[in-house]
Design a protein around this ligand. Structure first.
Ligand code: NI
Length: 147
């Protein structure tokens, strides 16, 4: 595993749309492992591959309830609304209130290539939405309320 450099601020890679991972191979395992190590090292709760400069649809999340790794994640259901303060490892020093769904259901692949579904509420739903936005070149600052 290795800690990778987190892309920050106006780095244009943060605005690109990532491509689906087509093969689940050792390369993607290394990517996921490095993302997790980088996220933990930076004290973050989530990280998306483009944040370390890789335009692949992969995210890792750890809000203290166990590691979640998702490849090609997609929100298939969402309901309700929540508004809370967000930040991002790519935008140090920035924070603001963002409205997100209260509940989401996300479908994706795990590291074995099996399809998995994650049902999430509250903070986990928020982090899933935030990380999936990264795969589409969207940053939380695009969505801040009252700015
Ligand atoms: Ni972020």
């Amino acid at each position: 595993m290795a800690i990778r450099i987190i892309r920050k601020d106006n780095d244009p890679i943060l605005r690109k749309v990532s491509k689906p991972a087509e093969k689940i191979d050792s390369k993607i395992h290394i990517l996921l492992d490095d993302m997790t190590e980088t996220m933990h090292h930076a004290d973050g709760v989530g990280l998306a591959a483009p944040q370390i400069g890789i335009l692949k649809r992969a995210i890792v999340i750890d809000i203290g309830e166990g590691l979640i790794e998702l490849i090609n994640p997609e929100i298939i259901e969402q309901s309700g609304k929540q508004c809370d303060v967000e930040g991002c490892l790519s935008l140090p020093g920035e924070s603001g209130n963002v409205v997100r769904p209260e509940k989401v259901v996300v479908k994706g692949l795990n590291r074995k290539g099996d399809e998995v579904t994650v049902e999430a509420w509250d903070l986990l739903a928020r982090v899933l939405c935030h990380e999936i936005d990264h795969l589409n070149g969207i940053l939380f600052t695009d969505k801040i309320q009252d700015k």
